[in-house]
Each structure stands twice: as C-alpha cells, then as structure tokens.
Design a protein. Structure first.
Length: 510
C-alpha cells in the first residue's frame, strides 16, 4: 500500500475545480492567455438581509505569495499528474501572478453585490484563482458574519468561540476562530489559532477531567481543589470550575464555593475566577448561582454559560434576566449553523478593457459590469448613509464624491428613489484597497491583515457607524447600496443591446 501523499503549500493554489483548467487549456490554444480579465468576488444576499463581515483577505493574498514563490519543478510535479495537455502543463509550471488584487480589508462591513475582492490579471492567472479564493472567503465570511450576529445579541456580555471540535476540518477550525474574533468574539480556545495569529486562547475544564477523580460530590471537590492548586500560579491563571457534572445547585456550586474559600480564592485574586454551567435551564441556574456566590462574598466570581447557544437563545436568556459574564458558543459559530453556505461568487466583469455582463431569469443573478470600486458615504453625524459602487475610470459620480461636490444617488430601477447630497453635508471613505500590484504584494496594507485584533477593532469601529435600525438581527432597515449614473447606464445599455439581439434572433426564426 502506498503511503499517503504529502501536500505542500502549493496545493492551496490548485484546490480548484477541473473546469477552470479545462477552460484554461482552451484559452491557451486560442492564444487568449494574455487577455486582461477582471473578476469580482461578491455575495448576493445575507441571512437576515443586512450586512456581512469581511474575513479571509489575508489568506487570499497569501495564495499569491505561494503561487509566486513556488518553483517551476514543484509546480510541474503537481500539474504533470493532474493535467493531460503537455502545452498547458508547460505553461502552468512557469506561471506566476502578474496582476492586481483590490479588496475590502478584513473587518470591513460589506453589503450584497459589492465587490469584496477584485482580481485584475491575465486571463488564465485570474481564472485559476476562482475556487481557491471562494473556498477561503465563503468559509471565513460565513463565520465572521455569524459571530457578528451572536456578539451583537450578547453585547455587552462577552462571547468566546469554542467550536473547533465541530468545525469542518483543520482550516475551518484555525481560520474559523480567527474569523470569529474579527466578527466580535473576545476570545477563542484553539491552540493553532493562537500560534498562527497571536490571539491568546483560553479554556476551562471538561466533565471528563472531573470524572477522572472518581464519581460523586467528594470526587468533584477533589478535582476542583486540584485544579486550583496547580493553575493559580500559572501564566494563564483563570480558574473557571465546571459545576454541572452531577447536580448544579445541589452539589456543583457548593463544591465550587467551598474550593475557592479553602484555597484562598476570593475577590482579591488577581486573575479571573468563577464557574461554568453547560446544561439545564441556564437562566434559572445562573441566577441561583449568582445569588449563592454573592452571599458567600465571591462577588467578582464570573459566570460562563455554554450549551448550544446562538443569538436567539442568548436574546431569550437576557429577557429572562440571566446572570452571565461570558457566553461560550461552539458549533453555531464554527459552522455558521443557521446559514452554513455563504454564497460568495466569482464573476468576470471585464475582458481586455471591455465590460461584460451576465443576464439571468433570476434578477438577483444579473451581474454589474465593468471594473469597479466601492465608496461609503457618511452623514453629518458620522453614520453610514449609503454605499456607492462606481466605475474605476470615467465615472462622473466618483469624481463628485471624492471631491465632496453636490451629487444625486438613486436606485438603479426606480428613478423616484433618490437622494440629493449637498457639498459639505457628507464625508466619504473608499472601501476598496490595493493589496497586489503587478504581481507584487503591497506590504503596508498586507501586514495590517495579520493584526487580527486590529481587524476586530476596525470592524467594531465600523459597526458603531451603522445606525441601530440597520443592525437589527431581524428585518434590519434596508441600507442603500447604489450604482453610479455611469454604471447604471453601462449596465442597462448592455442589457438593451442583448435584448435587441434576442428579438432579432426571434424574428429570424419566424
């Protein structure tokens, strides 16, 4: 039996679908490989009709680093086993990314149909990145967006991401916890996430730890005493005792209080101490335990709550007066349980400086053509008022916007839905940043993405600029995302041209 093949980092670049390479062979045979293509990464809708949180851009740029740093022989090793066309193997063995990548940064708040990432590169270079990019972005944005929903429901109580064991594989656990932090979680439990991204991991204890000391109240007390004895002087000196192994009120909380007192742990303890409840009626039990802790003089003892929590359950618990200092959330965030498929797509919008468009029987699937970028408009109070998607070149609305002039933005379908913005009444921020130019990574922008807590800070600051009604977890007030006048004209002129061709074809058939 052959040993399992060991994959190198380059396997991430070819974590792809076959058709992208089938098409690349055709492009090569037709001498189309040097045509400059522009592809947009965007999503069409979210779970609640609101926003999504960007996460994964750092790993996308890392794909470019991997592609460009991998040697010809290593590339040939992979492609000679996977590709049957010798000329394509030769081309791919020498391929490097020579184009540009533009993106919103990790932690940005994005809305449907906005280009989150734009790839502008020779056709084959851009084409083969489709699945690797979507594989990264769909997973991370699903988790970051779910974390945002959960943490908004819990605020101001903190949320820890505890879902590694339920995540869909290694990368999903490691990068998923990073995405959860960006989306607002204050902590996580994954060691590799800490090692790779530098965000400290935390942990409490398992029921099995308590059971290893025997069965019943005495064994639980010994387990608690032993835990405190060995952990109180460690660097990570949080003392959180799991109290529901046998009976939360009858045994667990009483043993926890006795252990804390016997070991000299009280409100003067310099670290975090407290209890965790993982089952039962969390609202009832937490209130009972809070009262017992306070009565014992342990007023600074923290209460951690876990047990298949999500934003709806957390909101319900809060309505019931739950006593909680931290919610530990596992699979609901780790797999974005209520919306596990994020739905990001990668669509061509321009080829050799000529815009292209995709039509569909489904209106939502009609793409916005051309090389574009996104601007966020803020009102006088500093709240986000609307986003405007513009063409990069030859766009009069873009020029008005960046120069702070009078501008009218309108709905692309309904002329009567418009907003007149006067000079001095608004401010604007460009959301689209340059991360790769002519195949070279822009170091200053890229390095910011490695600061995960910095990305979280950016997200939280952006969130403060979204009005409360647009942050509702259910039926949020619709946020304006408009197209510039030039983009609207381009889009609908192209639609009319295609429709006229269809009518001509129909008349010929008759």
């Amino acid at each position: 039996m052959e040993r399992e093949i060991v994959l190198t980092e380059f396997a991430r670049v070819i974590n792809s679908d076959r058709y992208q390479y089938t098409e690349s062979d055709i492009f090569l045979m037709e001498h189309m490989e040097d045509k400059e293509a522009v592809f947009d990464v965007f999503f069409r809708k979210t779970e609640d009709g609101g926003f999504a949180v960007v996460s994964g851009v750092q790993e996308v740029i890392n794909l470019i680093e991997i592609l460009n740093s991998t040697g010809e022989e290593e590339k040939r090793m992979y492609f000679s086993k996977l590709i049957h066309e010798e000329q394509l193997v030769e081309y791919l063995s020498k391929i490097k990314f020579t184009g540009d990548i533009y993106a919103m940064r990790d932690g940005e708040i994005a809305y449907p149909n906005e280009p989150v990432i734009t790839v502008k590169a020779p056709l084959i270079e851009a084409k083969i990145l489709e699945t690797p990019i979507l594989n990264i972005m769909n997973m991370q944005m699903a988790i970051a967006t779910k974390a945002s929903r959960v943490t908004r429901a819990a605020y101001p109580v903190q949320v820890s991401s505890f879902g590694s064991r339920r995540a869909h594989g290694f990368d999903s656990a490691v990068a998923g916890n990073k995405a959860a932090i960006i989306g607002g979680c204050t902590s996580h439990s994954n060691l590799v996430t800490e090692y790779k991204y530098g965000v400290p991991s935390i942990g409490t204890m398992a029921h099995s730890y308590i059971q290893t000391f025997g069965v019943g109240s005495h064994a639980e007390r010994v387990a608690f005493d032993t835990f405190i004895k060995h952990r109180r002087n460690r660097k990570s000196n949080a003392l959180i005792l799991l109290i529901d192994t046998y009976n939360t009120i009858g045994i667990g909380i009483r043993n926890a209080i006795d252990s804390f007192k016997a070991c000299g742990i009280d409100d003067n303890y310099p670290g975090i101490y407290g209890i965790r409840i993982d089952s039962g009626d969390l609202a009832y039990l937490s209130k009972k335990c809070r009262a017992m802790l306070d009565e014992a003089g342990l007023t600074k003892a923290k209460i951690f709550l876990t047990n298949s929590l999500n934003e709806e359950l957390i909101r319900s618990l809060r309505e019931q007066g739950v006593c909680a200092d931290t919610y530990g959330v596992g699979d609901e965030i780790a797999v974005s349980k209520s919306n596990p498929c994020f739905g990001g797509v990668y669509k061509i919008v321009e080829i050799d400086n000529e815009p292209v468009i995709k039509l569909s029987e489904d209106i939502i699937k009609i793409s916005n053509p051309g090389f574009k970028e996104v601007y966020r408009i803020y009102d006088k109070e500093g709240l986000a008022y609307a986003d405007l998607i513009t063409l990069v070149k030859n766009d009069s609305d873009k020029e008005k916007l960046v120069n702070g002039k009078d501008i009218t933005i309108r709905d692309e379908k309904y002329d009567f839905k418009f907003s007149d913005l006067k000079e001095g009444s608004y401010s604007v921020k460009k959301l689209t940043r340059t991360y790769v130019k002519d195949g070279e990574v822009i170091t200053d922008e890229y390095e910011k993405l490695f600061d995960v807590l910095g990305s979280q800070k950016y997200y939280l600051e952006s969130l403060e600029k979204i009005s409360a009604e647009r942050k509702r977890l259910e039926n949020p007030h619709k946020y304006k995302v408009d197209l510039s006048e030039n983009l609207i004209k381009l889009k609908y002129d192209m639609i009319k041209t295609i429709q006229s061709e269809i009518l001509k074809d129909d008349s010929r058939k008759k």
